[in-house]
Ligand binder design. Sequence first.
Ligand code: S3P
Length: 170
Amino acid sequence: PAGASAGPVVVLVGPPGSGKSTVAELLSAKLGAVHRDTDTDVETGAGKPISDIFVDSGEPVFRELERAAIVAALKADGVVLSLGGGAILDADTRADLAGHTVVFLDVSIGEAAKRVGLGVARPLLLGNVRTQLKNLMDARRPLYAEVAKHTVTTDGRSPEEIAREIVEHL
Ligand code: S3P
């Protein structure tokens, strides 16, 4: 049907540390597609890093910019699209993702904490990050699952392996 193949080839969702950006890069190379990332689009539009947007304007403003970036990116044909980890908190975004090929990159708290770049040398910080990731995952897992057509386990697997599995789903 007309329009059925419009928009991104695949949309990657998952929490921080699930490997969305790394896998999206590999996947876009494999598919000869452009990688588009809504965090990057928001930063480009705002002219500053996301961390500065949070500090200067607060999370609600970031979420509005993110929402607008998602609406625009979902119209881009043929791209590999990765979304920020909190994108699925928005009900309109979840509704817009219906009909797209959405892949949820699932990850354990321990592995995600490692990937966000904190070593075991800072047990206190690591503990806080793990607690935050756990709270975030408890709240969001049902939402990732709701929008996902496929869920790919990423623990103990290379980005290459993960990208190959995703290609099989397309
Ligand atoms: C967020 C995840 C970030 C970024 C922002 C908020 C979240 O993206 O969008 O800091 O709420 O989980 P990554 O998932 O790429 O880290």
